[in-house]
Each structure stands twice: as structure tokens, then as C-alpha cells.
Ligand binder design. Structure first.
Ligand code: HEM
Length: 391
């Protein structure tokens, strides 16, 4: 009989003191190369960097039929996330150029301007909840900019994302927001089919002109792509931004270095992505397999714990230390397979812009509370981040 560890740990919805989620993941990784998590429906968890990279790069076994550990048979379809070779690459070819480094470079000045415009009104107040005052609005405006849509629609997305993530006090996760997001995009696709815009600026028009296997890209595919982009881009940036500023607010030496030397910002961002990793991705296994001793059965889900991998001391010297000039830094916060994050260059541009612009306007700030900050599991996220500065 194969021996393996079975652990009951809530990796999806627990609320805990700010950095406790990572401490728990670090503990689990050092105790177990892999374990069965009996919490909820049950799934395997891989915890070591090398194993996770290997699983990401074995798509014929670790498939993308589902990427949510607790949901092996999803009723929804994220695209291109749920597609597999060879279809997956065909979808990526329709989108890669839009989010490639050269394209994002062209947006960078506008992204910086949007960051500045969001920060400037905050300066005289001397305090804010960073998550609400900056994290909510800025990524939404950048998203609309890149999609070629009017920034006036920002309020709709801010409110929908709040409702979905259960952020609004007194309101648990409200899945009707998902329907609202779908409806927004359904109407947009209909509109662009009947009244196309410039396909070099308007992403929906671009998609509506794309072909897949010689046929027009179906409306349902376009819709699934747009919903995936919305869900994949807004909450992720908001929460990663929260951890960047949490670190800088609580580590004055790093904050002073970043404020004095903007050239440090790119490597600091990479280190925040490594040390404060917010997402894990799952795979559905296609056949019975013994994976380095882990006895996985066909159709079981496996969580490839990116947070455990990017903090693995076997890969990163001083993994538990945040070194803002760390080099090399082969983190996998954006994944490590052909499904690697489509928006990684945009994400980097947003995170770097936000840090540069903020420190030009507010170089010196600190946490504005003596109370323990709380973070949510799943997408590891701070609920609030109260900051204060002298005016
Ligand atoms: C800090 C911010 C972000 C983080 C940490 C992040 C993380 C990730 C990770 C780990 C994956 C890999 C999934 C896998 O292998 O299954 C992924 C995929 C993806 N991300 Fe991001 N992401 C971020 C921002 C964004 C943004 C801004 C966009 C939109 C422009 C985006 C769109 C996507 C899409 C469409 C995929 C699916 C790619 C595919 O399946 O081919 N993400 N992201």
C-alpha cells in the first residue's frame, strides 16, 4: 500500500493575519513534497518548485480541463485557460500580439498617467485605504484602455469585481455579478458585429474579425475570452499591488531605496511577485500516475501551488527574505507552461508604474493602524491596507 500524507487545510477561503497564508504554505512544503488535501472535495497538492514546473510542462497528463482545484467539472469555460494543445496555441495566436511587450510599451506612458491621476487627489488627505483608493480603480482603467473601451465604464467593473469577490462589507460573494459581466460583453460583441470599430484599437472588434480553423471565431468563444480576461486581470493586479505596498509600508529601508532609485523598481516587482505570490493553479489528471511517489488517479485534481514553489528554498537562496535586487529570480508567479499568463507584461507595467508614480508623489508613508491586517486565502489578498503620510 502506498503511504501518503492526508492533511485538512483550507487553502481557499480562510481569513488569517496578513502573511500567515504563506507561513502555512512554507510549513506544508517543508513537511510534504506532496499531500492529499481532504478539505472540501479533496485534491492533491504539489509543493516543490521542480515538481510543479515538471507538472506544468506535462500537459498530456496534467490537463487544463479544469484549473480550479475545488471544481473538477466546471459549468463555465475560461478561455484560453481550458483549451488544450493544439487548440490552445491557436487561441493564443489570436491574442498574443495584443499583450506582447511591444504593444504594452506603447501603452506605458498612458498607464503612468492613469496611475498619477489616481494618486494626485489622494495626496492632500494624508491617508487612505490603498486597496479601495488605488487598487480598485487603477487596474480597471488600464484594462479599459487596453481593450480600447471608454474609461466611463470603470465604475461598472469596480462594482462587479467587488460583488464577485465578496468585498463589500455585509455582502458575501454575489455570483449575479458574473452574469452582469457576461451581459456587458454579450452586448459589446453584438454591437461590434453590427458596428465595427478600428480593429487595431478595439479588442472586441479585433476578436470578431479573427478566424479559427478557417471559420469566424464563434461569439461564445469571444465571450468566454472576454470574461476570462476580466476575471483574470482585475482582482489579480489589485491584490498584487496591495502586497507590494504592504511590503514597502512595513520595510522603510526598501521603501527609501525604491523612492531614491526608480531603476530598482523592476527587480523589486519581480521579488514581490516571488515572495508574495497570490495565485495557485490546478490541473485535472488524465490517467492514473505515480508522480515521484504521489499516487494520482485519473480525473483527480492537483493544485500546483505556485505560492509554495516561488518560496521554495531549494530553488531560491534565502527564500524567506525579500531581496528587492534579487538576481537571478526565476519565479513562476505567472505560471510555467504554454498557459503562462497572457497579461504578464501588462501586469509588470502596471505594478512598476504604480510604484514609480506613488513614490514620486508620496515617498514616505506607513501603516495607519495598530491592528493586525487580515488576508483572504484562495487569491491571497489583503482586505484593507490603511496608509498614512505627512502633508
Ligand atoms: C499580478 C497579476 C497577475 C498574476 C499574478 C497572474 C497569474 C497568472 C497565472 C499564474 C496564470 C497561469 C495559469 C496556468 O498556467 O494555468 C495566468 C494565466 C492567465 N492570465 Fe494572468 N495574472 C496576472 C495578471 C493578468 C492580467 C493583467 C491579465 C489580462 C490582461 C491576465 C490574463 C491571463 C490569461 C488570459 C491567462 C490564461 C492564459 C492561458 O491559459 O493561455 N492575467 N495568470
Amino acid at each position: 500500500m502506498v503511504e501518503y500524507a492526508s492533511v485538512d487545510v483550507d487553502l481557499t477561503s480562510k481569513i488569517a493575519p496578513a502573511t500567515e497564508h504563506w507561513k502555512e504554505i512554507d510549513r506544508l512544503r517543508e513537511q510534504h513534497r506532496f499531500f492529499w488535501n481532504s478539505h472540501g472535495p479533496g485534491y492533491w497538492v504539489l509543493t516543490r518548485y521542480d515538481d510543479i514546473r515538471e507538472a506544468f510542462n506535462t500537459p498530456e497528463i496534467f490537463s487544463n480541463r479544469s484549473i480550479v482545484a475545488t471544481d473538477p467539472n466546471p459549468a463555465y469555460r475560461f478561455l484560453p485557460s481550458f483549451s488544450e494543445p493544439p487548440q490552445h496555441m491557436k487561441y493564443r495566436h489570436l491574442m498574443n500580439a495584443w499583450f506582447a511587450p511591444a504593444a504594452i510599451k506603447r501603452y506605458a506612458p498612458r498607464v503612468a498617467e492613469l496611475a498619477r491621476q489616481t494618486i494626485e487627489p489622494l495626496v492632500p488627505g494624508g491617508r487612505c485605504d490603498f486597496i479601495r483608493a488605488f487598487g480598485d480603480g487603477f487596474p480597471v482603467k488600464v484594462f479599459l484602455l487596453v481593450m480600447g473601451l471608454p474609461l466611463d465604464d470603470a465604475d461598472f467593473f469596480v462594482s462587479a469585481v467587488h460583488r464577485m469577490s465578496g468585498d463589500t462589507p455585509g455582502h458575501p460573494s454575489d455570483m449575479t455579478a458574473w452574469d452582469d459581466i457576461q451581459n456587458y460583453w454579450r452586448l459589446m460583441v453584438e454591437d461590434r458585429r453590427s458596428a465595427p470599430r478600428d480593429p487595431s484599437v478595439d479588442f472586441v472588434t479585433h476578436l470578431s474579425r479573427c478566424e479559427l480553423d478557417g471559420e469566424p471565431l464563434p461569439d461564445q468563444d469571444i465571450l468566454d475570452i472576454l470574461v476570462t480576461l476580466t476575471l483574470g486581470s482585475l482582482d489579480t493586479i489589485k491584490n498584487q499591488l496591495g502586497w507590494c505596498f504592504y511590503h514597502l509600508a512595513t520595510h522603510p529601508d526598501d521603501r527609501r531605496r525604491v523612492a531614491a532609485d526608480p531603476e530598482l523598481v523592476p527587480s523589486a516587482v519581480e521579488e514581490f511577485l516571488r515572495a508574495y505570490p497570490i495565485v495557485g493553479m490546478a490541473r485535472k489528471v488524465t490517467q492514473d500516475i505515480d508522480f515521484h511517489g504521489c499516487p494520482i488517479k485519473q480525473d483527480q485534481m492537483v493544485l500546483l501551488s505556485i505560492p509554495a514553489a516561488t518560496r521554495d528554498p531549494r530553488q531560491f537562496p534565502d527564500a524567506d527574505k525579500v531581496l528587492i535586487d534579487r538576481s537571478p529570480n526565476r519565479h513562476i508567479a505567472f505560471g510555467a507552461s504554454e498557459h503562462r499568463c497572457l497579461g504578464s507584461h501588462l501586469a509588470r507595467c502596471e505594478l512598476q508604474s504604480a510604484i514609480r508614480q506613488w513614490h514620486e508623489l508620496i515617498p514616505d508613508y506607513h501603516l495607519d493602524t495598530d491592528e493586525q491586517l487580515l488576508a483572504h486565502g484562495g487569491l491571497i489578498s489583503l482586505r484593507t491596507l490603511p496608509l498614512a503620510w505627512d502633508v
